[in-house]
Design a binder for this molecule. Structure first.
Ligand SMILES: Nc1ncnc2c1ncn2[C@@H]1O[C@H](COP(=O)(O)OP(=O)(O)O)[C@@H](O)[C@H]1O
Ligand SMILES: [Mg+2]
Length: 262
Protein backbone atom coordinates (compact mmCIF):
# COMPACT_ATOMS: atom_id res chain seq x y z
CA UNK A 1 0.00 0.00 0.00
CA UNK A 2 1.35 3.39 -1.00
CA UNK A 3 -0.68 5.49 1.40
CA UNK A 4 -3.03 4.59 4.16
CA UNK A 5 -4.88 6.75 6.66
CA UNK A 6 -6.52 5.40 9.78
CA UNK A 7 -9.30 7.15 11.66
CA UNK A 8 -8.18 10.68 10.95
CA UNK A 9 -10.09 13.29 12.86
CA UNK A 10 -9.89 17.06 12.92
CA UNK A 11 -12.15 19.61 14.54
CA UNK A 12 -12.01 23.38 14.45
CA UNK A 13 -13.24 25.80 17.10
CA UNK A 14 -16.34 27.82 16.30
CA UNK A 15 -15.75 31.27 17.70
CA UNK A 16 -18.44 33.79 18.48
CA UNK A 17 -17.23 37.23 17.43
CA UNK A 18 -19.80 38.80 19.69
CA UNK A 19 -18.89 36.84 22.80
CA UNK A 20 -15.22 36.55 21.76
CA UNK A 21 -15.08 32.97 22.86
CA UNK A 22 -15.25 29.47 21.52
CA UNK A 23 -18.87 28.37 21.47
CA UNK A 24 -18.40 24.94 19.95
CA UNK A 25 -16.43 22.85 17.54
CA UNK A 26 -17.05 21.76 13.99
CA UNK A 27 -15.83 18.29 13.18
CA UNK A 28 -14.35 18.77 9.73
CA UNK A 29 -12.98 15.25 9.33
CA UNK A 30 -14.23 12.34 11.37
CA UNK A 31 -12.81 8.86 11.38
CA UNK A 32 -11.47 9.06 7.85
CA UNK A 33 -9.70 5.91 6.68
CA UNK A 34 -8.58 5.46 3.12
CA UNK A 35 -5.94 3.67 1.13
CA UNK A 36 -4.24 4.56 -2.10
CA UNK A 37 -2.37 2.09 -4.28
CA UNK A 38 0.46 2.94 -6.62
CA UNK A 39 -0.77 4.36 -9.90
CA UNK A 40 -4.30 4.69 -8.59
CA UNK A 41 -6.57 7.73 -8.85
CA UNK A 42 -8.82 8.01 -5.83
CA UNK A 43 -11.75 10.32 -6.47
CA UNK A 44 -12.93 12.16 -3.38
CA UNK A 45 -16.40 13.64 -3.78
CA UNK A 46 -18.82 15.37 -1.46
CA UNK A 47 -20.77 18.57 -1.07
CA UNK A 48 -19.07 21.79 -0.06
CA UNK A 49 -18.06 21.72 3.61
CA UNK A 50 -17.92 17.93 3.81
CA UNK A 51 -14.25 17.95 4.81
CA UNK A 52 -12.46 17.12 1.54
CA UNK A 53 -9.91 19.94 1.63
CA UNK A 54 -9.21 19.40 5.32
CA UNK A 55 -8.58 15.70 4.69
CA UNK A 56 -6.26 16.55 1.78
CA UNK A 57 -4.33 19.06 3.87
CA UNK A 58 -3.94 16.55 6.71
CA UNK A 59 -2.47 14.01 4.31
CA UNK A 60 -0.02 16.49 2.80
CA UNK A 61 0.94 17.77 6.26
CA UNK A 62 -0.53 21.28 6.18
CA UNK A 63 -2.99 20.48 8.96
CA UNK A 64 -2.14 18.43 12.04
CA UNK A 65 -4.96 15.97 12.83
CA UNK A 66 -6.37 15.72 16.36
CA UNK A 67 -6.03 11.96 16.13
CA UNK A 68 -5.51 9.15 13.68
CA UNK A 69 -2.55 7.89 11.74
CA UNK A 70 -1.05 8.09 8.28
CA UNK A 71 1.18 5.43 6.78
CA UNK A 72 3.40 5.92 3.76
CA UNK A 73 4.60 2.63 2.30
CA UNK A 74 3.64 1.00 5.59
CA UNK A 75 5.76 3.40 7.63
CA UNK A 76 4.14 5.80 10.05
CA UNK A 77 4.38 9.31 8.60
CA UNK A 78 5.76 10.49 11.94
CA UNK A 79 9.02 8.80 10.97
CA UNK A 80 9.43 11.07 7.95
CA UNK A 81 10.94 14.53 8.15
CA UNK A 82 9.02 17.42 6.58
CA UNK A 83 11.27 17.29 3.57
CA UNK A 84 11.01 13.53 3.14
CA UNK A 85 7.26 13.87 3.30
CA UNK A 86 7.24 16.71 0.77
CA UNK A 87 9.21 14.54 -1.63
CA UNK A 88 6.48 11.93 -1.44
CA UNK A 89 3.26 13.97 -1.33
CA UNK A 90 2.43 17.27 -2.96
CA UNK A 91 -0.81 19.20 -3.28
CA UNK A 92 -2.25 21.18 -6.17
CA UNK A 93 -4.68 23.74 -4.87
CA UNK A 94 -8.15 24.75 -5.92
CA UNK A 95 -7.46 28.44 -6.36
CA UNK A 96 -4.47 29.14 -8.60
CA UNK A 97 -4.84 32.85 -7.80
CA UNK A 98 -4.25 32.33 -4.09
CA UNK A 99 -1.71 29.51 -4.20
CA UNK A 100 1.21 31.35 -5.84
CA UNK A 101 2.94 34.10 -3.87
CA UNK A 102 2.29 37.28 -5.90
CA UNK A 103 5.59 38.85 -4.80
CA UNK A 104 7.77 36.09 -6.19
CA UNK A 105 8.74 35.62 -9.82
CA UNK A 106 7.96 32.31 -11.48
CA UNK A 107 11.70 31.54 -11.50
CA UNK A 108 11.92 32.14 -7.74
CA UNK A 109 8.80 30.09 -6.99
CA UNK A 110 10.16 27.11 -8.91
CA UNK A 111 13.73 27.57 -7.66
CA UNK A 112 12.49 27.40 -4.06
CA UNK A 113 10.76 24.13 -4.78
CA UNK A 114 13.82 22.69 -6.54
CA UNK A 115 16.10 23.71 -3.67
CA UNK A 116 13.80 21.99 -1.20
CA UNK A 117 14.56 18.78 -3.01
CA UNK A 118 18.19 19.32 -3.88
CA UNK A 119 20.22 21.46 -1.56
CA UNK A 120 23.37 21.78 -3.59
CA UNK A 121 22.65 22.84 -7.10
CA UNK A 122 24.48 25.26 -9.37
CA UNK A 123 22.74 28.26 -10.86
CA UNK A 124 22.94 27.03 -14.39
CA UNK A 125 21.68 23.61 -13.46
CA UNK A 126 18.82 25.23 -11.56
CA UNK A 127 17.72 27.25 -14.57
CA UNK A 128 17.84 24.09 -16.67
CA UNK A 129 15.61 22.32 -14.16
CA UNK A 130 13.14 25.18 -14.08
CA UNK A 131 12.91 25.16 -17.85
CA UNK A 132 12.44 21.41 -17.84
CA UNK A 133 9.56 21.77 -15.37
CA UNK A 134 7.93 24.51 -17.44
CA UNK A 135 8.25 22.31 -20.50
CA UNK A 136 6.59 19.43 -18.71
CA UNK A 137 3.52 21.53 -17.94
CA UNK A 138 3.32 23.11 -21.37
CA UNK A 139 4.49 26.59 -20.43
CA UNK A 140 7.02 28.70 -22.34
CA UNK A 141 10.48 28.69 -20.79
CA UNK A 142 11.10 32.44 -21.01
CA UNK A 143 8.84 33.41 -18.11
CA UNK A 144 11.32 33.10 -15.23
CA UNK A 145 11.28 36.80 -14.42
CA UNK A 146 7.51 37.17 -14.86
CA UNK A 147 5.08 37.33 -11.93
CA UNK A 148 1.93 35.30 -11.23
CA UNK A 149 -0.46 38.21 -12.00
CA UNK A 150 0.73 38.16 -15.60
CA UNK A 151 -0.86 34.77 -16.16
CA UNK A 152 -4.37 33.40 -16.59
CA UNK A 153 -5.97 30.93 -14.18
CA UNK A 154 -5.11 27.97 -16.39
CA UNK A 155 -1.49 29.08 -16.78
CA UNK A 156 -1.15 29.62 -13.03
CA UNK A 157 -2.52 26.17 -12.41
CA UNK A 158 0.15 24.81 -14.77
CA UNK A 159 2.80 26.69 -12.77
CA UNK A 160 1.32 25.28 -9.55
CA UNK A 161 1.59 21.81 -11.04
CA UNK A 162 5.20 22.49 -12.06
CA UNK A 163 5.96 23.49 -8.47
CA UNK A 164 4.47 20.23 -7.22
CA UNK A 165 6.46 18.26 -9.83
CA UNK A 166 9.71 19.88 -8.70
CA UNK A 167 9.60 17.57 -5.70
CA UNK A 168 9.17 14.50 -7.93
CA UNK A 169 6.31 13.32 -5.73
CA UNK A 170 4.78 9.88 -5.80
CA UNK A 171 1.41 11.23 -4.73
CA UNK A 172 -0.39 14.40 -5.77
CA UNK A 173 -3.46 15.59 -3.95
CA UNK A 174 -5.37 17.63 -6.50
CA UNK A 175 -8.01 19.71 -4.73
CA UNK A 176 -10.62 20.68 -7.32
CA UNK A 177 -7.76 21.74 -9.59
CA UNK A 178 -9.99 22.82 -12.46
CA UNK A 179 -13.14 24.06 -10.74
CA UNK A 180 -12.12 27.71 -10.87
CA UNK A 181 -11.13 27.52 -14.54
CA UNK A 182 -13.10 28.12 -17.72
CA UNK A 183 -14.66 24.94 -19.03
CA UNK A 184 -12.60 25.24 -22.20
CA UNK A 185 -9.39 25.17 -20.14
CA UNK A 186 -10.48 22.41 -17.75
CA UNK A 187 -9.91 19.57 -20.22
CA UNK A 188 -6.38 20.78 -21.00
CA UNK A 189 -5.38 20.75 -17.35
CA UNK A 190 -6.99 17.36 -16.76
CA UNK A 191 -5.14 15.95 -19.75
CA UNK A 192 -1.91 17.37 -18.39
CA UNK A 193 -2.49 15.67 -15.03
CA UNK A 194 -3.22 12.40 -16.82
CA UNK A 195 -0.07 12.74 -18.93
CA UNK A 196 2.02 13.25 -15.83
CA UNK A 197 0.41 10.27 -14.18
CA UNK A 198 1.53 8.11 -17.07
CA UNK A 199 4.96 9.66 -17.40
CA UNK A 200 5.97 9.54 -13.75
CA UNK A 201 3.50 6.94 -12.41
CA UNK A 202 2.08 9.45 -9.97
CA UNK A 203 -0.88 8.41 -7.83
CA UNK A 204 -3.63 10.93 -7.21
CA UNK A 205 -6.20 11.79 -4.65
CA UNK A 206 -8.48 13.79 -6.86
CA UNK A 207 -11.01 16.00 -5.11
CA UNK A 208 -13.80 17.10 -7.38
CA UNK A 209 -17.43 18.07 -7.70
CA UNK A 210 -17.72 17.20 -11.34
CA UNK A 211 -19.27 13.86 -12.07
CA UNK A 212 -17.84 13.60 -15.56
CA UNK A 213 -14.34 14.18 -14.21
CA UNK A 214 -14.60 11.69 -11.41
CA UNK A 215 -16.06 8.94 -13.57
CA UNK A 216 -13.45 9.52 -16.21
CA UNK A 217 -10.39 9.80 -13.99
CA UNK A 218 -11.02 7.82 -10.86
CA UNK A 219 -10.34 4.14 -10.37
CA UNK A 220 -12.08 4.24 -7.03
CA UNK A 221 -14.44 6.76 -5.45
CA UNK A 222 -14.84 7.88 -1.85
CA UNK A 223 -17.93 9.83 -0.91
CA UNK A 224 -17.64 12.27 2.00
CA UNK A 225 -20.48 13.64 4.05
CA UNK A 226 -20.06 15.76 7.16
CA UNK A 227 -16.49 14.67 7.68
CA UNK A 228 -17.14 10.97 7.20
CA UNK A 229 -16.40 8.70 4.28
CA UNK A 230 -19.87 7.26 3.95
CA UNK A 231 -19.51 5.22 0.81
CA UNK A 232 -16.77 3.91 -1.44
CA UNK A 233 -16.40 1.74 -4.48
CA UNK A 234 -15.59 1.57 -8.15
CA UNK A 235 -17.17 4.38 -10.18
CA UNK A 236 -19.52 2.08 -12.07
CA UNK A 237 -20.77 0.51 -8.83
CA UNK A 238 -21.30 3.78 -7.04
CA UNK A 239 -22.95 5.46 -9.98
CA UNK A 240 -25.33 2.73 -10.88
CA UNK A 241 -26.06 1.37 -7.42
CA UNK A 242 -25.39 4.02 -4.78
CA UNK A 243 -25.96 2.48 -1.37
CA UNK A 244 -26.52 5.74 0.38
CA UNK A 245 -29.36 8.19 -0.34
CA UNK A 246 -26.87 11.06 0.05
CA UNK A 247 -24.63 9.65 -2.67
CA UNK A 248 -27.59 9.31 -4.99
CA UNK A 249 -28.69 12.86 -4.28
CA UNK A 250 -25.14 14.17 -4.57
CA UNK A 251 -24.65 12.57 -7.97
CA UNK A 252 -27.99 13.85 -9.17
CA UNK A 253 -27.11 17.36 -8.10
CA UNK A 254 -23.53 17.45 -9.36
CA UNK A 255 -22.97 19.68 -12.36
CA UNK A 256 -22.84 17.55 -15.46
CA UNK A 257 -20.37 19.49 -17.50
CA UNK A 258 -19.35 16.98 -20.07
CA UNK A 259 -15.98 18.32 -20.97
CA UNK A 260 -14.12 16.63 -23.76
CA UNK A 261 -11.35 15.01 -21.82
CA UNK A 262 -9.53 13.13 -24.50
N1 LIG B 1 -9.37 26.68 9.32
C1 LIG B 1 -10.65 26.41 9.63
N2 LIG B 1 -11.21 26.96 10.73
C2 LIG B 1 -12.49 26.68 11.07
N3 LIG B 1 -13.29 25.87 10.39
C3 LIG B 1 -12.79 25.29 9.27
C4 LIG B 1 -11.45 25.53 8.83
N4 LIG B 1 -11.23 24.82 7.70
C5 LIG B 1 -12.38 24.16 7.44
N5 LIG B 1 -13.32 24.43 8.37
C6 LIG B 1 -14.67 23.88 8.44
O1 LIG B 1 -14.56 22.47 8.31
C7 LIG B 1 -15.58 21.94 7.48
C8 LIG B 1 -14.97 21.21 6.30
O2 LIG B 1 -14.35 22.16 5.44
P1 LIG B 1 -13.53 21.76 4.14
O3 LIG B 1 -12.54 20.72 4.50
O4 LIG B 1 -13.02 23.01 3.53
O5 LIG B 1 -14.67 21.11 3.22
P2 LIG B 1 -14.73 20.94 1.63
O6 LIG B 1 -13.36 21.03 1.08
O7 LIG B 1 -15.36 19.60 1.44
O8 LIG B 1 -15.62 22.03 1.12
C9 LIG B 1 -16.47 23.12 7.11
O9 LIG B 1 -17.53 23.18 8.03
C10 LIG B 1 -15.55 24.29 7.27
O10 LIG B 1 -16.27 25.47 7.59
MG1 LIG C 1 -12.61 22.28 -0.44
Amino acid sequence: MLLETKNLRKSFPIESKLLRQVIGRVIAVDNASLSLNKGQVLGLVGESGSGKTTLGKIVVGLIEPDSGEIFLQDKNIKNFTRKERAKKIQMVFQDPFASLNPRLSIGTILAEAIRTREQVIGNRQQVEKIKELLNLVGMPTNILSDYPHQFSGGQRQRIGIARALAMQPEIIIADEPVSSLDVSIQAQILNLLLDLKQKFSISYIFITHDLSIVTFLADYILVMYQGNIIEEGKPEEILTKPKDKYTEKLFNSLPKITCQIL
